[in-house]
Structure formats: structure tokens, C-alpha cells
Design a binder for this molecule. Structure first.
Ligand code: AMP
Ligand code: MG
Length: 492
């Protein structure tokens, strides 16, 4: 039985010169076992369901056995970490096995994360722990369920081989899947080394593979920047709209395709807290929830700077000016995506000049009081002429809700909004279920005792986060008290 029948040994990124990557071999783990897999992703990759439970499947996705023709690579990149440029990073514990083209013609890189040392491991051990692998696996598939651009995950395998973090943990390998794992940092690497020919090769590669329309533009590299600005603005707006905090928005963790990538100490808001910091190593709150849109711009500025040597200034306008003009489009684009998304969350159809104020007043009333996800889901039951006690009673300062509800009612009235229709639409954008930290934590605690059932339960639940799923009602609850003090470190 072929494990990945459509795997091609050809890796598009490996068509670039040798110094863009290194050929590597995964380092085996002892007695690996399958922890979990994503049926959705298996289907996309056309994997025979019967093969998934075979020992061969586990061996391949642990890196213990290479498929015929597979010649894996680890890529080099750099990036700005917490604002500081780090000249050399790279796939320190990840390698691309090969690619699979799906029925729709999309080629997916199949990447093992945690499969051993690479030339870019620096001080690391090339490994991933079970805990962090479960977090990345579940969140990538949950984001896909929400309709938010993300790298995907096929499966997790585990081994009792020990890994040293704050304590001894067991190891695991995540199979990550994406059309490309290229980051802003891949561009920065060549820019800071003044290897402008290589920079051009990389940009040409990305344009050819992922932004073919930019090739036709008057200034293709400037257009590439524009496309990435647009995709990043859209992505971060979507994060804000579901209360997602990435936690480590370094420029090496920013995808050139506008995908959410590198899930570490991420977190979804439980109670709405604008300054929520999910990563306990982030003492300054650089990557707080409300900072993300701004950090998006910082990272795009890093990318813009790296692209400068490629941007044509023949028409007399300096490249830096052109790049600045493009960067200036970010904020308005972000605001447009965000406001459109907020209107949808509130069931509003038509833009209005008072929108920003309506959203701000709501959030300031919710601050430190209301559960983000539960409130927006419940809001679909709002009645224009009703008292709306089920909402009102959640606010400590009820007067603030009353004031807001009056303004909201007026907006709904102005649109002749129909409640039943509005509710249906609001349910398609305000998830009932999100991957709350306490839910992941419960799955991790069980998995560390070799019970992987909760991972499957969460995966199934979050594949359809907008559906009611009455038998799963308790999974929509606010976190229990024990979970309120959970701390997430960067270690993974
Ligand atoms: P991250 O903060 O997880 O995005 O990782 C930043 C950099 O450190 C990347 O280049 C990773 O490949 C590398 N890295 C993280 N953990 C390890 C590890 N355990 N072994 C080797 N490299 C690692
Ligand atoms: Mg990273």
C-alpha cells in the first residue's frame, strides 16, 4: 500500500540554488506511534484511509522511513524577533519531505516538524514535544474550520524518547502541510547579506508560484509587496474578529502567503481583554491582542525594506518612497477588512459613518467583563424592541449596555433588519466553539497519559465551529477556575 501515492520527489523550493536550503535526513525516533490525524487533510492529500493505521504510515510521518525518491530539505531564513534582527535562523527542526498535488491542482509541501537536527538547529535539539505538537495540530485545523488562512496539519506521531524543556517531556512529530512555508524572513536573509541576485531569484520564485498576476504589473516586486500587504491585513483582521492572539509575531513567523504559521503560545480570548498577552515570556506585551494590527505593519516594513533593492526607480521616484506609499495602504486596508468583518459579526449589512464608534463602544463596555465568543454568538438573539436581559445581565455597568443597545437598535432599524435572517447570518460568522486554552490543555493532559481521544473530539468539534452541536454544549463554556491561571511559555 502506498502511503502518499501522489508524493513527488520534486520540491519547488529546491529548484532555487543550493544555498537557499540544505539536503537533510530526518533522525528516527524509537517505537513511534500515531497520536492523531486530520481526516480532512488526509482526504485533500488523497491518502487511503486504510493506510493511516499501518505501521508504515507512522514510520513515514515520524521520519523513520523515507518514501522512494524523497530527498528532504530544510530552508534558511532570518528575521526580526521581538524587534531585533537575528541574522541566521532557518528550519531548525523542520524538513520538507516532498510535495503532493491535490485534485484542484494545488501543490502542498509536506513538512515534518520535530524530526531531528538540521544545519539550522543552532542551540536547539531539533525536536518538538507532544504538548506543543498537539497545540499546533489542533489550532491549524481549528483555524481552517473557522475559514482563516493557515498552514494545515496532517498528523502527529509520538515517541517515548525524552526531550528536555523546563521538564522532561516526550517527543512528537507534526506533519505540517502548506502550499509554501516561505516567510518574510526568507527575504530578509538575502537582503541583510546583500545577496541581491538571490533576493531576486526568491521574489521571482514566489511571484511565479503564488502571485502570477504580479508578473504582469509595471513594477512586479512592488506589486508583490502590495499583494502581501493586502493578504496580511486581511489575515490580521480575521484574527482580531475571532479573538485570536498569535503570541510570537516575529517576522520569521509571517507567511508570504498570508497564512497563520508557527503556532506556539497562541491563545483565543476568553474574557474580552484588549491587552491580552498569551505568551508569558512576552513581558513587554509586544504581541498583545490589540498590538497585532500594528505589529503586522512592522513586519511588513521589514519585508518592504528587504524588497527595496528590487524595486525599480526608473521613473524618478525613489524605491523607498514607493515602498512607503504601499505601506501606507496597510492601515486603511486593515480597517476596511476589520470593519466589514465587525458589521458581519453584528449582522449589519450597510456601512455607516458611525460604525467605528459603535464597535469601540461595545468593546469598551465588554472590557474585562464579557466572554468574547459567547457574547457575539448570543448577540444573534438580540431583539430590537426587547429588553434583551440575556445580554444585559452579563454587564456590570448595565447602563453602558443600554446605551449601546439603543444605538445598535437604531442601526438595525435603519436597515429594516429581519431578526431571523440576521440570526442565521450571524451564526455563520460568530463561532459557537473555539479552541479555548483550557480545552487544549485537557487534551494535552490526557495525551500525556496516552489517551488521545480528546484530541479527536476537539478536532471533530472544531471542524464545524459555527454549528450548534447540542451534545457538545459544555465545550462552549467559559473556562473553569483551574484554567484561569494557566501559563504558556515559548518552549515547544
Ligand atoms: P519559533 O519561535 O518556534 O518560531 O522558532 C524560532 C527559530 O528557532 C526557528 O528557526 C526554529 O526552527 C528554531 N527552533 C525552535 N525550536 C527548536 C528546536 N527545538 N530545535 C531546533 N531549532 C528550533
Ligand atoms: Mg518560527
Amino acid at each position: 500500500m502506498s502511503i502518499l501515492p501522489n508524493l513527488t520527489s520534486e520540491i519547488r523550493y529546491a529548484s532555487l540554488p543550493e544555498h537557499f536550503y540544505r539536503r537533510v535526513r530526518p533522525v528516527p525516533l524509537s517505537n513511534p506511534y500515531l497520536v492523531s490525524f486530520s481526516p480532512k487533510m488526509a482526504e485533500i492529500l488523497d491518502i487511503d484511509p486504510a493506510s493511516i493505521t499501518t505501521p508504515e504510515f507512522t514510520e513515514v510521518f515520524t521520519g523513520n522511513r523515507l518514501l522512494d525518491g524523497s530527498d528532504p530539505i530544510a530552508t534558511v531564513y532570518s528575521g526580526h524577533q521581538f524587534g531585533q534582527y537575528v541574522a541566521q535562523l532557518g528550519d531548525g527542526r523542520a524538513l520538507v519531505l516532498g510535495e503532493v498535488e491535490d485534485k484542484d491542482g494545488t501543490s502542498w509541501e509536506i513538512q515534518l516538524k520535530g524530526a531531528g537536527l538540521t544545519p539550522f538547529s543552532r542551540m536547539g535539539d531539533g525536536r518538538a514535544v507532544l504538548r506543543s505538537t498537539i497545540r499546533e495540530f489542533l489550532c491549524s485545523e481549528a483555524m481552517a474550520g473557522l475559514g482563516i488562512p493557515t498552514t494545515r496539519a496532517l498528523c502527529i506521531t509520538g515517541s517515548k524518547d525524552e526531550v528536555y524543556r523546563e521538564k522532561i517531556e516526550s517527543s512528537a512529530v507534526l506533519t505540517r502541510v502548506a502550499p509554501s512555508h516561505v516567510r518574510f524572513g526568507n527575504f530578509e536573509f538575502f537582503f541583510y547579506r546583500q545577496q541581491y541576485d538571490d533576493l531576486r531569484l526568491l521574489a521571482d520564485f514566489v511571484i511565479e508560484q503564488f502571485y502570477p498576476a504580479s508578473r504582469e504589473a509595471k513594477n512586479p516586486y512592488l506589486d508583490l509587496l502590495h499583494q502581501v500587504i493586502d493578504k496580511t491585513a486581511a489575515l490580521i483582521a480575521q484574527w482580531q474578529l475571532v479573538g485570536f492572539t498569535h503570541g510570537v509575531m516575529n517576522s520569521d513567523n509571517m507567511s508570504i502567503l498570508g497564512l497563520t504559521i508557527d503556532y506556539g503560545p497562541y491563545g483565543f480570548l476568553d474574557t474580552y481583554q484588549s491587552g491580552f498577552v498569551c505568551n508569558h515570556s512576552d513581558h513587554q506585551g509586544r504581541y498583545a491582542y490589540d498590538q497585532q494590527p500594528r505589529i503586522g505593519l512592522f513586519n511588513l516594513s521589514c519585508l518592504a525594506q528587504a524588497l527595496l533593492p528590487l524595486i525599480d526607480s526608473e521613473d524618478g521616484q525613489a524605491a523607498a518612497e514607493k515602498a512607503k506609499d504601499k505601506l501606507a495602504e496597510y492601515q486603511p486596508l486593515y480597517t476596511e477588512y476589520y470593519q466589514q468583518g465587525m458589521r458581519e459579526k453584528l449582522g449589519l449589512m450597510v456601512p455607516h459613518q458611525s460604525d467605528a464608534e459603535l464597535f469601540e463602544n461595545l468593546f469598551s463596555a465588554m472590557e474585562n467583563q464579557l466572554d468574547f465568543t459567547r457574547f457575539f454568538r448570543a448577540l444573534s438573539g438580540f431583539e430590537q424592541s426587547g429588553e434583551n436581559h440575556f445580554l444585559r445581565d452579563q454587564f456590570i455597568e448595565r447602563i453602558r449596555f443600554d446605551q449601546w443597545a439603543d444605538a445598535y437598535s437604531a442601526r438595525l432599524a435603519g436597515e429594516n433588519s429581519d431578526q431571523a435572517e440576521r440570526q442565521q447570518k450571524m451564526h455563520r460568522v460568530n463561532p459557537k466553539f473555539i479552541l479555548r486554552n483550557y480545552l487544549v490543555q485537557s487534551a494535552i493532559v490526557k495525551a500525556e497519559k496516552d489517551d488521545f481521544g480528546e484530541i479527536t473530539t476537539l478536532l471533530n468539534l472544531l471542524t464545524s465551529p459555527y454549528d450548534e452541536q447540542p451534545e457538545m454544549e459544555s465545550y462552549a463554556d467559559e473556562p473553569p477556575d483551574w484554567a484561569k491561571t494557566l501559563e504558556l511559555s515559548c518552549s515547544s
